[in-house]
Structures are given as structure tokens and as C-alpha cells.
Design a protein around this ligand. Structure first.
Ligand code: G3P
Length: 226
């Protein structure tokens, strides 16, 4: 678990872009692994569930699910069981992403189960208050992402630095073991450096890399100032 959670960390969320689906997801994961190997930066990828096994079977970098449901084994048609993504090679999962919001009780159940299964939990929050609540659930990471900046190309580390600093501060007060990441609009090495300078230990990003003309060039720039 230690190596997988090494910081600074970059978590590349593939979302459901066609550019990061199926064979293209595998190609993007291979690019991510090349950059991780060339630079020594810890880079994890979060593909769609259907692409987890395709990718995890060929990668040494951490592969995360984008979501799992708060269900145990049994009759839950259409749900995503934590054990299934673990068997598909995932080392952990995003939880409560702004594009897949969950109820508090379900968040707590998934974080607890991920910990019991020795999997990484990246709990997504939208402001300092929800980050404070997240701290008490003891995830591996809290990822602060103001929804209004997601996909905007306007980096949170520049547009709302106080929300990153405030989350780092509240995490140090409530649960210093929880590492803080930030996301939304992050795309360049400047953005990543600003995020680290604000006290976060890494970034969660998507469009700046997935939709880039040259994803490898974009990823190399992203980690160039670490
Ligand atoms: O999970 C990270 C994502 O929500 C950020 O999106 O496109 O602004 O990097 P993007």
C-alpha cells in the first residue's frame, strides 16, 4: 500500500471520454506508465470499470476504480461491488466524485470496506466543510474539487487557492494522516507546482491530459516542476 500511496501523486481520471475508453484507455495507461517510469513520479489511472482488467493486467502503476457502490455481495443488480474491482486489479477507488455523488452513509460504508480490504480510498469533496466531514471517515486521500471548475481549464490552485489551503489546514487539525489532493482545471506543470505549494500532496485531473493533442507531452509538462 505504501508505494501506491507515495506522494506527490498524480491521479488521472479517465472519466467516460471516448479518448480514454477501451483500447484508447489502454494506450493512455501505457503513456501514463511511461511517464511514471521516466520521471519517477507516482501516477495512477482511473479507467471505467469495463477497462479495469484490460489495463491492470498490463500495468505496474496503480489502477483505481472511478466508483463503487455501498453494497455487499448478494442481489444488487447493476451495482459495482468493491470485491469485483479488486479482483479486476484495482488498488482502490474514487469515492463521491462530483459526477457520481453519494449519500454520507454510503460513503462511510465504502471507505470502511476499502480500508478493510487494504484498498486506497480517494474521497472527493467540494469545499472545506465537506472536507472536514471527510476527515472523520479516515480515507487514504481527500481530493478537494470545486465542481464549477471541473473541465474548465481554470486550475483550482490558481482560481481558488484558499479552498486548497483551507482543506489542508482542516485536515491537519482533524486527521493529519489523511493526505490532501486537489483537482479541477489542473493541466500544466505550473498548476501542479501551485497545488503542491498550497500544501496538497498531489492532483486529480482529467481533461487536460485525456483531451490533449499529445497526452504524453502534457503529462511530462504536468510533472516537470515537481
Ligand atoms: O476527477 C478529476 C476531475 O473531476 C477534474 O476534471 O477535467 O478539470 O481535470 P478536469
Amino acid at each position: 500500500m505504501k508505494e501506491i500511496t507515495r506522494t506527490p501523486i498524480v491521479i488521472l481520471n479517465f472519466k467516460t471520454y471516448l479518448e480514454s475508453t477501451g483500447e484508447k484507455a489502454l494506450n493512455l495507461a501505457k503513456i501514463s506508465q511511461e511517464v511514471a517510469e521516466e520521471t519517477g513520479v507516482n501516477i495512477a489511472v482511473a479507467p471505467q470499470h469495463a477497462d479495469l482488467l484490460r489495463i491492470s493486467g498490463q500495468m505496474s502503476i496503480p489502477v483505481l476504480a472511478q466508483h463503487v457502490d455501498a453494497v455487499d455481495a448478494g442481489g444488487h443488480t447493476g451495482s459495482v461491488l468493491l470485491e469485483s474491482v479488486k479482483e479486476a486489479g484495482a488498488s482502490g477507488t474514487l469515492i463521491n466524485h462530483s459526477e457520481k455523488r453519494m449519500k454520507l452513509a454510503d460513503i462511510q460504508q465504502v471507505v470502511k470496506k476499502a480500508t478493510e480490504q487494504e484498498m486506497i480510498s480517494v474521497l472527493c469533496t467540494n469545499n472545506i466543510e465537506t472536507s472536514a466531514a471527510a476527515a472523520t471517515l479516515q480515507p487514504t486521500f481527500v481530493a478537494i474539487e470545486p465542481p464549477e471548475l471541473i473541465g474548465s481549464g481554470i486550475p483550482v490552485s490558481k482560481a481558488e487557492p484558499e479552498i486548497v489551503e483551507g482543506t489542508v489546514d482542516i485536515m491537519h487539525q482533524i486527521n493529519p494522516d489523511v493526505k490532501v489532493l486537489c483537482g479541477a482545471g489542473i493541466s500544466t506543470g505550473e498548476d501542479m507546482k501551485a497545488a503542491l505549494d498550497l500544501g496538497s500532496e498531489g492532483v486529480l485531473l482529467a481533461s487536460g491530459i485525456v483531451l490533449a493533442e499529445d497526452p504524453k507531452k502534457a503529462l511530462l509538462d504536468l510533472v516537470s516542476k515537481i
